[in-house]
Structures are given as C-alpha cells and as structure tokens.
Ligand binder design. Structure first.
Ligand code: ZN
Length: 504
C-alpha cells in the first residue's frame, strides 16, 4: 500500500476519534444546560475538564503534526479541492494554533474566563463596570499574549478573529462594515422620523408556552428540520449543538408575554440545525464535513429567521395556522398587522433583543471598541463612555446604565474577543445568498406562500452544506454568488422593507 495513503487513513481515524470525544463533551454540555440537576455541577465540571484535556493532548501530539506533514508532501493534496487537501489544510491550521499557545497560557485563560465570568455576572447585576474592569484588563492582556504566540499580519485583532472566521481580517472587514454603518444610520434615522409604529402590542398578549412550543415545532418541521435527527428543549440561553450525524440538539425559552422570542428563536436555531443536518455525514469528524465558519453558520440561521421567517410569503401560509392555534388571543389581528409587528424596527439598548436593521449597529460598535482596546488605544476605564457616545451617535439612544450598555454581553468575560463580527457577517452572507437563491430558483417565494420550503433547502444543501469546509467563507460567497462579499444585498433587503412598512 502507498504509504501516504496509509498515513492519510491514520490521520482521518485520529481526527474522527478526537471529534467523537469532542461530541461526547458537547453532549455533556447540552445536558448541563437542559436536564442536569443543580447538584451535578461539580462532577460535570470534572467530567468535562477531563475530556477537554484528553482531546487537546490527542490533537497536539507530535504524531499528528508528522502525519499532516507527510500527507501535505504527497500527491494526495495535488488537487487543492480534494478531500485530503481540504482536511490537511484545515487540520494544519487548527493544529498550528493549538501547539503555538503554551498549555500554561491556555490554563490561565481558562481560569481568567471562569473567574472573569463570575465577576461579570455580579458587575452586571449591580451595573458596576469598575468591579469587572480589572478582569477585562487581565483578559485583554492574556489575549494579546495569545495573539503574539499565534502570530498575525496587520492588526493584532486578526489573530483572534481568525479563530472564528478563518482567513478574515480587520482590514478587509473595515470598508464593508463602514459602508454598512453609514447606510444603516441614515436608514434607521428615516424610519424613526417616519412617525409610523408597528403594532407590537399584539406580540405582547398572553401566549401559553405549550402553544408556542407547538407552533415553533411545526414551523421548524415545515422548513425541513428533521426531528427524528434532532431535539428541541428548553434552556436559559438558546443554542444549537450538532452532536454528529443524526443528532442535532436545539433549545429555546418561552416568554408567555412576548411571542417573538421563542418562535423566531426556534426558526434561528433550526437554520443552524438544517446546516448541521446537511453537512456530509461520511466526512463527519474531519474538516471536509465541518461548517465553514461562524459567519457562514450564522448566515443559515439568519436566513431562515429573518429572510424567510419574517417575510410576507411565509406568513401567507402560516398566519391562518397561527390564528387557528391561538384562537381568541389574536382573533382581532389581521395578517397585515401581524407581519408589520414582526418587522418592527426601533433603536434599543440590548443587542440580543434588537431587530434585523438596528442589530448590525450593535455589532459595529463592538467591532470598533474591540480593536481599539486590544491594540491598547482605548483604556479599559474609558470603555463605558465610548460605548455610550457611540450608541448615541449610531442608534440615537443612551443606555441608562452599564448593565444595559457595555456590560450586557458575556463574550469578553469568556475571552471571546473577535467573535462579534461573525454575527454581522452572517447577516451579510445570508442576504447575499438569498438574492442568489431567488435568481436560481424560479418562484422561490411563491413556494413559501404554499408552505413549500424544499426549494430553498435543496439550494442550500447543494451550494453550501455539501461542501463542508472545502472553501473559506469569502471564497464560498464568490463561488455561489459570483460577487465579492458585500453589504449591498443586506441594505437592498432592509431598504425594501423600510419602504414597505415605514414609507421611507
Ligand atoms: Zn446563531
């Protein structure tokens, strides 16, 4: 037997073993958020940290590095799009990152994240930024060390961004985000001064959790989520975890006086789930069977949540079903009022509660602040005032306190710096993909109005899901749409909606 092929087979087996152990850890994580009794927390921490160490040690062993080098020097990778080439390229990228960061630094970051998160939770509760500031300063210092170990060109931010969005840089994002910001600030200003208000009170009536669950579940089935290969449960922070072929766990939470939270939350997580269910199962455990990046993952959830789920065609089909399920509660509500309500746009303080249009300004502000604080151009103590003045400038509102301002997100306390841009990238990619799907699939939205979503799902499967990590995000966008990643499709979508609902 050809020895490179032999080595490649061993490499794949090792990667699959690592991924299998990782998925066991993830299943424990899912259980922790959903069903674990409170007193199980300590033992669970032991289980998870033991597995995490096991997985890390397996991955960073010199044997993996040698296998990667041997396959990389062979004919197996001659075609850069071959399975072997994709697996070697992406496994090498993760491997180098993992071995370059000394275990002592990994441990220190993990510790600072646990303690920092506790400090953040308390600081947010009392809206006391000064209590959290030293922890943020410590985490920034550790992340700068991490960046120095990993290496980067251009802005130091690139070293951290690359973990979440491989190949993406601050320099490439800036002009795209800048163009988005200018257009959004102008558009939102017009919406606010239009004087029109969406009838959001119809979403604030009493909606029993069991009825919400039934509706959310039927919507997720309708768009193609396979509930025989996944589950929907309840957790405080909604998420979706693809545990492996045939097993995708998503969660939501029910607010009986706010319809939007669970319904659109489940549409969102179903979008993530459909991507996981569409990845090539035979490549599971290797990069060829993995999602491209967080931005591409988010493009799938945003597409189903916003571009499909808030659209008129979806509600043309679904509104009669909603009315039947909710009875008296919405008897006086018209389809027109309902669709306007779910497309409400108004500036607010909290990112996770923001609408489709204002959401991105929350991200752009974080992207700017993260770069400045990481580069040491913005002192930690100055973050609240810079945050508030940018909120005023971009969204015309000033948070009444830091809990509703710079303390609202968990990300920095976890050490997830460089993560935020992937949310807006997801929105941009979603709009760009959706424009292309409309061109490629005639009558796409007429199908939605008849309750048929397979046309879009098949398109996503063929163009995006099936490739796993074969292409980097920007390359995938170029291949699928023939265009560079851009803010224009999202702006066209938001402007069309603003014209329709707000007459601006
Ligand atoms: Zn998401």
């Amino acid at each position: 037997m050809n020895s490179a092929a032999d080595t490649y087979a061993r490499l794949v087996a090792t990667l699959k073993k690592i991924a299998t152990l990782g998925s066991i850890a993830e299943l424990l994580g899912w259980d922790e958020e959903t069903y674990m009794p409170p007193k199980g927390a300590e033992h669970r921490a032991t289980q998870r940290s033991m597995l995490a160490r096991e997985v890390h040690e397996l991955f960073i062993s010199p044997a993996v590095g040698e296998m990667l080098s041997e396959v990389a020097a062979s004919d197996l990778v001659r075609d850069p799009e071959s399975d072997a080439a994709v697996n070697v390229r992406e496994a090498r990228r993760s491997y180098d990152r993992a071995v370059k960061i000394p275990p002592a630094l990994v441990e220190e970051i993990t510790r600072a994240a646990v303690l920092g998160q506790q400090a953040w939770t308390a600081a947010r509760k009392y809206s006391d930024f000064s209590a959290y500031a030293p922890w943020l300063g410590k985490m920034l210092d550790l992340k700068r060390q991490e960046a120095a170990c990993v290496g980067y060109s251009g802005h130091i931010y690139n070293a951290l961004l690359d973990e979440f969005e491989p190949g993406q840089t601050a320099e490439a994002l800036r002009p795209v985000f800048e163009s988005l910001r200018k257009q959004l600030v102008e558009l939102i200003g017009k919406i606010v001064s239009s004087g029109r208000k969406a009838p959001i009170e119809i979403l604030q009536r009493r909606f029993p959790a069991d009825v919400q669950e039934k509706l959310a579940r039927s919507a997720s089935e309708l768009i193609g989520f396979d509930h025989q290969a996944g589950r929907l449960d309840v957790s405080v922070h909604p998420f979706c975890a693809g545990l492996g072929p045939g097993d995708c766990r998503m969660t939501t939470r029910y607010d009986e006086h706010w319809f939007g939270d669970a319904f659109f939350g489940v549409m969102h997580e179903s979008g993530h789930g459909l991507y996981d269910q569409g990845l090539p199962a035979e490549h599971w455990g290797t990069p060829r069977g993995e999602f491209v990046s967080l931005g591409i993952h988010e493009s799938q959830s945003r597409m189903w949540e916003n571009l499909v789920g808030r659209g008129r065609p979806f509600w043309r089909f679904f509104f009669p079903r909603l009315k039947a399920a909710l009875g008296e509660t919405v008897r006086d509500v018209s389809e027109e009022q309902w669709v306007f309500a779910v497309n409400d746009v108004q500036p607010s303080f909290i990112r996770t509660e923001a609408d489709e249009a204002t959401y991105n300004l929350h991200i752009l502000l974080r992207f700017e602040i993260e770069q400045a604080m990481l580069a040491g151009e913005l002192a930690v103590d100055a973050i609240p005032s810079v945050w508030n003045s940018r909120m005023k400038e971009y969204l015309t509102v000033t948070p009444p306190n830091d809990a509703q301002g710079c303390l609202q997100d968990i990300h920095w306390s976890h050490g997830s710096i460089g993560y935020f841009p992937t949310y807006t990238l997801g929105n941009l990619y979603a709009a760009q993909f959706f424009e292309q799907a409309r061109r490629d699939v005639p009558g796409l939205e007429d199908q939605f109005a008849k309750g048929q979503f397979a046309g879009l799902l098949d398109w996503l499967r063929r163009n995006i899901h099936i490739h796993g990590k074969k292409y980097r995000a920007a390359e995938l966008v170029r291949r699928v749409t023939g265009q560079e990643p851009s803010a224009e499709p999202l702006m066209r979508h938001l402007k069309a909606k603003a014209a329709e609902w707000y007459g601006v």
